[in-house]
Write a protein that binds this ligand. Structure first.
Ligand code: PEP
Ligand code: MN
Length: 272
């Protein structure tokens, strides 16, 4: 697949590659369930993360589910989910990361979210990217699982071109011929991290949850990503991982999420 050329850097990616996007020193750690399931579980998870020093809470209120059918066990709580996230923000002082799947929802989701998540499937949805950019919020731009680095940075350029350089790139796994796991569709592209850093000062974080679909290897893939230069991590965690409504195979128990956070910080500090 075609990838970045010197001409792209000059003509097509002038904003993404600009030195003015000064890399911040922060380490971005985001934890929480795939989807907001209930006020009680969301608060249980969030309060432990907050006490451990984790700043960002993630949880889907609107989900890009593979099939159009919904039932009560899938917990796409929509407005109710946003209200729960809003309470967590007010009561615990955490920053909220949640996905926007529809251009018509951007303003509403931005009332609650500190970081608007663009899901992998929407990386190519340029009108959605532009609408999100105009809120001036931080944008977590997940890489499409089949996207080249050229296409991914091109999507980021759309956001910067609307006057918002607060983009956080997120590597969330790509499709490959083999994943070594009968349940997994993707594999973490660790190589992309140093390549991203070669071209842009925008932060890049790793999502070991969706790139592994296996809670047993979330920790080592996190550490590999941080060792390769990732500026942060987004991890799915749950009080009862095997009962999680969505993505139960990758959710780690909350104490493990905290442990991964602490070790990832140490790796980051060691390599500084
Ligand atoms: C998610 O973060 O829950 C999610 C759906 O991720 P992705 O868009 O990477 O599949
Ligand atoms: Mn998920």
């Amino acid at each position: 697949m075609k990838d970045i050329t010197p001409s792209d850097l000059f003509h097509n990616l002038p904003l993404v590659t600009s030195d003015t996007n000064k890399r911040r020193k922060e380490f971005i750690f985001i934890g929480g369930p795939c989807t907001v399931e209930s006020e009680y579980t969301a608060h249980c998870i969030a309060s432990v993360l907050k006490a451990a020093g984790i700043e960002y809470f993630r949880g889907g209120a609107y989900k890009p589910l593979t099939f159009p059918y919904r039932n009560d066990s899938m917990f796409e709580l929509r407005e109710e989910g946003l209200d729960i996230l809003s309470d967590i923000k007010d009561e615990l002082g955490m920053k909220i990361v949640t996905e926007v799947i529809d251009v018509r929802l951007v303003d509403r989701v931005a009332e609650v979210a500190d970081v608007l998540q663009i899901g992998s499937r929407n990386m190519y949805n340029y009108p959605l990217l532009e609408e999100c950019a105009m809120t001036k919020k931080r944008i977590l731009l997940k890489r499409h699982f089949g996207a080249s680095l050229r296409d991914w940075l091109g999507a980021a350029e759309y956001i910067l071109n609307k006057g918002n350089n607060q983009v956080i790139l997120c590597e969330r796994g790509i499709t490959v011929p083999h994943t070594h796991d009968s349940n997994a569709r993707f594999i973490a592209d660790i190589n992309v991290i140093p390549y991203v850093k070669k071209y842009t000062q925008l932060p890049i974080i790793i999502d070991p949850s969706h790139s592994t679909f296996n809670r047993d290897i979330v920790a080592p893939i996190t550490y590999a990503g941080v060792a390769a230069g990732a500026d942060g991590v987004i991890i799915e965690t749950h009080t009862h991982p095997e009962q999680a409504a969505v993505d139960k195979l990758n959710a780690v128990p909350v104490p493990e999420c905290v442990d991964i956070f602490n070790k990832a910080k140490q790796i980051r500090n060691l390599l500084k």
